[in-house]
Design a binder for this molecule. Structure first.
Ligand SMILES: C[S@@+](CC[C@H](N)C(=O)[O-])C[C@H]1O[C@@H](n2cnc3c(N)ncnc32)[C@H](O)[C@@H]1O
Length: 336
């Protein structure tokens, strides 16, 4: 079974540095379908889509060889809706080495069988979205029974012992008081949690932004509490810098210097390149996208995970984030 080892970690790090210096992407996110079996309140991709043009696993292998990014994310829409997802994982994993493969899912179709097949095909990380630590998650995602399903499934999968399940929580005005509870729940379930920030770019809805002085004051307290936990516990994935910058994004209402199109970009189901999930202009090549979009991009209206983990100066990534992530990797291996 292809597992992620500290040796592979070093290879990924050196590949990451070479790509950073050489202007190549650190992460490519494949939206393998825009269909989704949820209809989340903060997202524009709810509902099923008919007759979508989709790349085959061999196409994903060719793209992965060409882009040669150390990290690859399979997202959507809902990737588990694709019957050939396991083949896509295997194709990208074997197309280029080293490739760290992340599958991002709402978990509605997740069970032991598909988890083990994804794992066997080479998935390194399973990111499962969770917006509330209870049934309010169902209402937010407009999918009845989803929280109960995750509550049954995630601890069982975590028990298998790969240490590769991460809960993704996008911080919004309506769940900002639940962040500590989500952290506690992750610890109980035996999984890791990673926080990111809501953006209104998907839906245009400002209702979920955190902007009032009272809310910001409360959020600052919660972020400080999470940073304290990051120092003492192992189950929060965010480096301190990301948590601090997430607060700064809400406080300032923006985060300048986005590197979409350069350090990261998205591939649509039909193979077109787009700078990010929030700017869907289509390009045929990365160089065209950098020329026409990235070089003049002044957008600062998100601080979603793909951006927050890749969008920093090299020194900050190397001396702040990498040591923190390496410590988590080390913790994971010594505690296995
Ligand atoms: C678009 S979903 C696709 C993958 C999968 N269907 C899922 O729910 O995880 C990927 C992530 O984007 C997050 N997301 C959706 N809308 C967002 C928004 N407006 N701001 C920040 N994150 C958002 C979701 O919470 C989820 O964690």
């Amino acid at each position: 079974m292809p597992e992620f080892s500290p040796g592979e970690g070093l290879l990924l790090l050196s590949k990451g540095i070479r790509n950073y210096v050489g202007g190549k992407p650190l992460i490519v996110s494949y939206e393998v379908t825009l269909s989704c079996n949820c209809n989340c309140r903060h997202c524009d991709l709810g509902g099923l889509r008919q007759a979508e043009q989709r790349m085959a696993p061999a196409d994903y292998a060719a793209y992965t060889r060409a882009f040669a990014s150390p990290l690859v994310q399979l997202s959507g829409g809902e990737p588990l809706l694709r019957p050939d997802l396991v083949d896509i994982v295997r194709a990208v994993k074997n197309a280029h080495k080293p490739t760290y493969v992340i599958v991002v899912t709402n978990g509605a179709l997740l069970d032991r069988d598909i988890y083990l097949r994804l794992k066997e095909a080479g998935m390194n990380q399973l990111s499962v979205s969770l917006d509330f630590p209870d049934e309010r998650h169902d209402a937010f995602r407009r999918r009845r029974g989803l929280f109960a399903h995750l509550e049954r499934t995630l601890p069982e999968l975590a028990d298998i012992g790969h240490g590769d399940i991460i809960i993704n929580t996008a911080i919004t005005k309506v769940n900002m008081r639940e962040l500590r509870a989500i952290s506690d729940l992750s610890e109980r379930w035996g999984v890791t949690v990673s926080y990111s920030a809501y953006t209104q770019l998907r839906t245009g809805d400002a209702e979920y932004m955190i902007s009032s002085p009272e809310d910001l004051l409360e959020l600052r307290g919660t972020i400080d509490e999470l940073i304290h936990l990051v120092r003492s516990k192992k189950h929060i994935a965010n480096p301190e810098t990301v948590l601090r910058d997430t607060f700064a994004y809400f406080e300032n209402g923006s985060m300048p210097r986005c590197s979409a199109g350069k350090r990261f970009f998205v591939v649509m189901p039909d193979g077109a390149l787009i700078p990010c999930s929030l700017h869907r202009q289509r390009y045929l090549s990365q160089s065209e996208m950098v020329h026409d979009f990235s070089s003049s991009n002044a957008c600062g209206a998100c601080y979603v995970a793909i951006r927050s983990y890749t969008d920093k100066p090299l020194w900050k990534l190397l001396f702040k984030d990498v040591p923190s992530l390496a410590r988590r990797l080390f913790d994971r291996y010594v505690s296995l």
